[in-house]
Ligand binder design. Structure first.
Ligand code: GCO
Ligand code: MG
Length: 402
């Protein structure tokens, strides 16, 4: 059958920066079918670009692009050095590019190869932020006007210069920008912000909040408890979760739903959290978790424990990674919600795509494959620019999680 007896004849990495850096892998078969994969790792983009160019692309030539599971296993086990964000982003890029090719050869949008639709469209949440309540309320209203039905609330903290999430785009400097942090000020301030938001917008609007890894388990437990009257949809990354057992302490004290895992890259990072039901949403993206092949397995594992998906979708997941996630969102049963920060016009010109955002919902479109193209000429016009994520320091100078 045409399209099934093919081999990979070309693969290349495109690093572009239409306002922020993206790393894209493009694979081509001897029948001229191409596939794209996202390998963007914010602040460490060139590490993944090199991993792909220097260590993976040489292996791909001559491979059968339809052997997706076998290729995934070969790249994971064959590297000897397993797991980690760089390795898994590189594997993800290959995986998504191969799914893109397979779906194009089948003449189907990717979701059809993942079991078909489990819903008609994909519910999203948007980002609202403000250094004070009037600005925060304006930001919520702006997201509601765009159609979002769920809103993430991030707020300035009195006495702190800059706080995560309180900006329209991630603050990226050529070298890490140092931000300040005060856990006590944060814990004293946030419950009042949610009381004000509930008073302004009512009890029904789903509200989310991202703690961004900044609390100890007992501090997270306190915040979860303090926020219970405001009925959050979730509290995200409430504590660094390399120590998965720490979430047991949080769970003992609060019924506020917990979301975790955007920095996780294999199922082993979640094993205790899922099996012990210590979280309610798994946050990994296709790009950072080894691709569609691996993320689907995580969602199926999570489903056994009634845990739902919540794919990570800030502006530093490229439209390629976003599109692959939306196909998964449409197909799996235990879908929760999809983060969608949207893209600049220039990013959309570099990555023309079939997915649409309307009335707060995404749809992947019906284009065969993942439905994204790469404008290589425009990509080349916007070369990589060195950029790092901020770092946090306490007022005594101690480094703290950002
Ligand atoms: C989120 C995340 C992001 C990360 C960013 C890092 O919930 O969207 O926390 O804002 O900070 O993706 O590159
Ligand atoms: Mg987050």
């Amino acid at each position: 059958m045409k399209g099934l007896r093919v081999k990979i004849v070309a693969a290349k990495v495109v690093v572009t920066s239409p306002g922020r850096n993206f790393v894209t892998l493009k694979i081509e078969t001897d029948e001229g079918v191409t596939g794209l994969g996202d390998a963007t790792l914010n602040g460490r983009e060139l590490a993944v670009a090199s991993y792909l160019t220097d260590h993976v692309v040489p292996l791909l030539h001559g491979m059968d692009p339809h052997r997706i599971e076998d290729t995934w296993q070969s790249l994971y086990r064959g590297a000897y050095w397993r797991r980690g964000p760089v390795t898994m982003a590189a594997i993800a890029a290959v995986d998504v590019a191969l799914w893109d090719i397979k779906a194009k050869v089948a003449g189907l949008p990717l979701y059809q190869l993942l079991g078909g639709k489990s819903r008609d469209r994909v519910r999203t949440y948007g980002h609202a932020h403000g250094n004070d309540l009037p600005h925060l309320f304006d930001s919520v209203r702006a997201r509601l006007a765009q159609g979002y039905k769920s809103i993430r609330i991030q707020t300035g903290i009195p006495g702190l210069r800059k706080v995560y999430g309180v900006r329209s785009t991630l603050d990226q400097g050529n070298l890490p920008v140092v931000e300040d942090w005060d856990t006590g000020a944060y814990l004293r301030h946030v419950p009042g912000v949610f009381e004000a938001v509930r008073n302004e917008f009512g009890p029904e609007l789903p509200l989310l909040h991202d703690v961004h890894h900044r609390l100890t388990p007992i501090q997270a437990a306190r915040l979860g408890k303090d926020l219970e009257p405001y009925d959050l949809y979730w509290l995200e990354d409430c504590t660094p979760a390399e120590n998965q057992d720490g979430l047991r302490l949080v769970r003992q004290h609060t019924t506020t739903p917990l979301a975790l895992g955007e920095v996780f890259n294999t199922v082993f990072d979640y094993q205790t959290l899922v099996q012990q039901q210590l979280i309610d949403y798994v946050r990994s993206s296709v790009t950072h978790f080894g691709g569609v092949t691996a993320l689907r397995k995580l969602f199926d594992f999570a489903a056994v424990h009634q845990i739902k998906s919540a794919i990570h979708g800030p502006e530093d997941i490229s439209p390629v990674g976003m599109a692959a996630g939306i196909h998964l969102d449409l197909a799996i049963h235990n879908f929760g919600i999809q983060e969608y920060a949207g893209y600049t016009d220039l990013t959309n010109e570099v990555f023309p795509h079939a997915f649409t955002f309307s009335d707060g919902y995404l749809h992947p479109g019906e284009t065969p494959g993942i439905g994204v193209e790469l404008n290589e000429e425009l990509a080349a016009a916007h070369p990589y620019t060195q950029a790092y994520l901020p770092v946090n320091r306490l007022h005594d100078g101690t480094v703290h999680d950002w």
